[in-house]
Design a protein around this ligand. Sequence first.
Ligand code: CXF
Ligand code: ZN
Length: 365
Amino acid sequence: MKAAVLFKPNEPLQVLDCELDPPKALEVRVKMKAAGVCQSDWHVMNGDWPSPMPIVPGHEAAGEILECGAGVTTVKPGDHVIFSFRPHCGRCRYCSQGRTVLCIGRSGSPPGALYDGTLRIKHKGQGINQMARIGTFAEEVVVPEEMVVPIRKDMPWAQAALVGCCVATGVGAVTRHAKIEAGSTVLVIGCGGVGLNAIQGAVLSGAGKIVAADILDNKLEMARTFGATHTINTATDNDPVKKVKEITGLGVDYSFDAVSNDRTQALAFDALAPGGHAVAVGISAATVRASYSPFMMVFAEKTVSGTFYGSVRPDLDFPVLVDHYMNKRLNIDGLISRTYKLSEINDGFKRMMAGEVARGVVVFD
Ligand code: CXF
Ligand code: ZN
């Protein structure tokens, strides 16, 4: 089978013929059907996030179960699944609380390998890691059973793939993490895959004004089609906080930062109304620091929090998000700006970094 392999940060991916070892107990072999191209893959590829090498990047995908190892009970060959990039043991204190994205039960195992520490993808005998233990830019993968969520079979593949990262993260940030009230005013910073989904999460929750901020006009136009009522280009507007207050009066009740650098975090905080809540959603490079005014946190009772994976519980939330799409309550078609073959993967990253696409998706035969 073919897989796109990164041997060193800042090198292009190489699409190579690889071997795949069969699933062991509690593992499944999955045929990849569609895989989204996400900024997080780029963080691995450019060395922002230290990762074991060589590695197959990719973590947002859907596929079909081909084979189940001993003891697998939740899926069977032929099932359609969406990958969940967070393992959850079901037993640790966080899983017990229902906060499965914080699971610590698997933290002893290496990040790019199966739980027993072995690598299943090989190229000429050399073991290849799988990003987030998935590695979606491969025709087939072996992953732990708990990292796939079965879904209805009438869900189209490319749309299903996006549920696994940007849809879950953006919608979940609003509906599962912040749990905004109907009528709330909302600011969303960064209108890529995650930000557009935060906007539609706000629409689903009955938000009032939804202000979208980005540095690119094409992204802001897209934000309008996803439900933003107002837009701010922060590259050309020299006082976006003032603009948010002109639109909303006091500032927003909730801000969602899909970028999470020092400047966007400052905007997320400063644009809040008294009592407001700023949520960091996007994952920055590990070195980024941000600063807030503790004075305002106290006197204006502002809250700052972070959400990982939109605080979703994949087994519960993915099938619901899929139903929302099938019932036309979520727009996923509009996120898919381009599709690629696996052989075009490097072009997919180039276009993402040029800001040309909301999401590019690799579609497999
Ligand atoms: C990332 C987080 C770290 C593992 C891979 C996915 N999240 C979203 O893109
Ligand atoms: Zn992602």
